[in-house]
Design a protein around this ligand. Structure first.
Ligand SMILES: [Zn+2]
Length: 113
């Protein structure tokens, strides 16, 4: 499953960060999940809970923030948050837009001890 490989790289990233900070334990992991990232939050949570055991993240809280798709319209010169997956400007209906957020999943914050 897609989510399992995401979690395994996420846990590696946590481990690296903890090493850098000389932390023994990670207590909270906060991620941002773009609506276009293709990540299913429910599956991601299950995968995290399954894999965190016996890692530095065992017992860590897992916080997911869902990020809406944000686009920049090159005609209006403005940013808009899209409510649906319609890739046109909600204002002028132009297709001349750039996606600026909501495409990926990021690790946002770690709390360690
Ligand atoms: Zn526009």
């Amino acid at each position: 499953m897609h989510e399992y490989s995401i979690v395994s790289s996420l846990l590696n990233l946590c481990e690296e960060n903890a090493k850098k900070e000389n932390a023994k334990k990670i207590t909270k992991v906060e991620v941002k999940i773009g609506k276009l990232s293709g990540v299913e939050p429910d599956l991601l949570r299950v995968a995290f809970d399954t894999f965190k055991e016996k890692t530095i993240c065992d017992g860590a809280k897992f916080i997911m923030n869902i990020q809406d798709v944000v686009i920049y319209c090159n005609e209006c010169k403005k940013k808009f948050t899209l409510k649906q997956n319609e890739f046109t400007c909600p204002n002028c209906k132009s297709f001349n837009i750039d996606t600026i957020d909501g495409e990926d999943m990021y690790l946002m914050r770690l709390e360690m001890e």
